[in-house]
Design a protein. Structure first.
Length: 189
């Protein structure tokens, strides 16, 4: 199937991946990866917040549930990071709950850690780093793996003859847009 033979839903999803995802998400990740790594002020927490939002969004967009909830962060992370999908390295299958419950729900909602931290330790170090009775999330690894996952989603959507994933993403994008317009309308009145 050539690009000109793609379904309208598949074309829309490919345009979304090539435009919005590439121009905003991937460019922002690239920009944040250029931040100089120092003991403080290296944007580790804001960077993690952005990555968590992207993972949550794509988990929702690709989930094979009949009626997923965009507010089911753990389910969205679990699905996107599952070994079955093959978008992330297989370690994420066992680490997704820590990432959500310790770092996203715990740290991000409190900003400063109690039993964990978020660091910029370089992409060659592990995703989760033990630290004196605590653990740290290495945002450099998370960003590298998320970029690779988004590229795999794009490749899967463009090369497969099964348009089921593209159709699912398209319908979820429609649902999100509709919800936003309804919310906007209710706030304008």
């Amino acid at each position: 199937m050539t690009d000109s033979e793609n379904s309208p839903a598949k074309e829309r999803v490919l345009q979304f991946l090539d435009n919005e995802v590439t121009m905003y998400i991937l460019n922002d990740i690239e920009t944040l990866n250029k931040v100089e790594r120092t003991m403080s002020g290296n944007c580790a927490v804001p960077f993690a917040m952005m990555l968590f939002a992207v993972i949550d969004l794509f988990g929702y967009l690709i989930r094979d549930d009949k009626n997923p909830r965009k507010t089911d962060t753990l389910g969205n992370f679990r699905h996107f990071m599952s070994e079955k999908n093959g978008f992330f390295p297989k370690d994420y299958t066992k680490d997704h709950a820590k990432i959500v419950k310790i770092f996203r729900h715990g740290l991000i909602h409190q900003f400063f850690p109690k039993a964990s931290g978020i660091c910029r330790a370089g992409a060659k170090n592990p995703l989760i780093i033990p630290a004196e009775g605590s653990i740290n999330l290495n945002v450099d690894v998370l960003s590298k793996d998320l970029v690779a996952a988004l590229k795999k989603v794009r490749q899967f959507c463009s090369t497969t003859h099964n348009d089921m994933l593209a159709e699912r993403i398209n319908s979820r994008l429609d649902r999100l847009a509709k919800e936003d317009y309804v919310t906007f309308g209710s706030l304008e009145n």
